[in-house]
Design a protein around this ligand. Structure first.
Ligand SMILES: [Fe+2]
Length: 383
């Protein structure tokens, strides 16, 4: 029964399928864009489809600037240095890359018209002046950055990861072309795919979930759970990649419409202090947080059980546990490590748990109440 108000929020014109990236030139032409800049992730720059797109864009516009980045999970210092390459008179900014490159592109698009140091805009809705329109062409399937109003950056001085969040840089156009993701390395496919799975499961179980967000989350869960193992086994399977891209997109839509939970929060201190990639950290904790919640009565996870493609128990608890079992399985398949393999020592766990607990926005959305001791316990299980 739908018994309260809710909103549905999606701002991006999104196109999905083999060859959709070719529509960029028609878009540029229709919008009359003469001066365009590309922010290009140096990882996939050797992909022939990426090269072909940049070449044809150069032929289609008066002036094309291409700036490369190899920064993974950038800092505010890097952002301030990097923004200097760009001029506010640009008609369009195109980000081609993984989540970090897309986040960087989104932030740059508004920093060119908002002159204070980037850190001054850290937080939510502090950007007041619109920037350059953004087109997002992801080369990984997972972060959902192509549709969300979030971009994450690290403050290396305060040792904290909190981004610039604003609706003003949400991409006007996202082109999800499987040819652009099929060449991504296996480790990146695994970590970004697990990130999408985290978004789908956490947004489904979140206290902030709505009837609309759950539609996104459920289909995202189904697509990612089925297709992540396929792309890891057969990286040239474009159909499976396309399903992953659609799944990651829907997971992003689920997250921004329904909220997250403890797994997302756990990834931030690990990223800041131990450089653990966001998707890997999420991949380590998703199964542990889900089981922790189910063991404390959050049977909401059972609402995903019919998507497992197998016989599941009829009772609520059994269905929720079947989802946890599936999460255990895919975590192993994706090769997620243990914390002890990532340079974290046992004596770090107290401080990490304390820092995670400070991220109250995400923790409050967890379906059961969480204490610092719970966070410490979950970290210990991951060790
Ligand atoms: Fe994430």
């Amino acid at each position: 029964m739908i018994d309260s108000q809710f909103k549905v929020w999606l701002k991006t014109d999104t196109r999905i399928g083999v060859g959709v990236a070719d529509s960029l030139n028609a878009y540029v032409d229709a919008k009359g864009c003469d001066r365009v800049a590309v922010i290009l992730d140096s990882g996939p720059k050797t992909n022939s489809h990426v090269q072909g797109l940049v070449k044809s864009l150069a032929a289609a516009v008066d002036q094309l600037q291409v700036v490369e980045t190899s920064e993974i999970e950038p800092t505010y210092a890097y952002l301030d240095e990097f923004r200097g390459h760009f001029d506010p008179d640009l008609d369009l900014l195109v980000g081609i890359g993984g989540g970090s490159t897309l986040d960087l592109t989104k932030a740059v698009s508004v920093l060119v018209t908002n002159p204070k140091p980037a850190i001054a805009y850290r937080g939510f809705d502090l950007i007041k002046t619109p920037g350059i329109p953004v087109v997002a062409i992801p080369t990984t399937a997972g972060t959902g950055s192509e549709v969300t109003p979030n971009a994450v950056f690290t403050d290396s001085q305060e040792k904290r990861k909190l981004g610039i969040n604003t609706e003003l840089y949400v991409p006007v156009l996202a082109l999800l072309d499987p040819n652009f993701v099929a060449s991504c390395p296996r480790s990146v496919a695994a970590s970004s795919g697990m990130d999408a799975l985290v978004h789908s499961v956490e947004s489904f179980a979140s206290k902030g979930a709505t009837p609309a967000s759950r539609v996104f989350s459920r289909e995202a869960f189904r697509l990612v759970l089925r297709n992540l193992p396929v792309v890891l086994e057969r990286p040239d399977d474009l159909e499976a990649w396309m399903a992953m891209q659609f799944g990651a997109y829907l997971a992003g839509a689920g997250l921004m419409n329904g909220g997250g939970g403890l797994t997302g929060a756990l990834s931030y201190p690990l990223g800041v202090h131990f450089k653990v990639p966001h998707g890997v950290a999420g991949g380590i904790f998703l199964k542990l947080v889900s089981r922790h919640n189910v063991d404390r009565g959050a049977y909401v996870y059972g609402g995903l059980a019919d998507l497992l493609g197998e016989e599941v128990p009829p009772d609520e608890a059994g269905r929720a546990l079947a989802v946890c079992d599936a999460l255990d399985e895919i975590t192993v398949f994706a090769g997620m490590p243990r914390l002890s393999e990532l340079g974290v020592s046992e004596k770090d766990l107290d401080a990490l748990a304390e820092e995670t607990f400070q991220l109250s926005g995400a923790i409050e959305q967890n379906p059961v109440e969480i204490t610092t001791a719970d966070v410490r316990g979950i970290m210990e299980s991951a060790y």
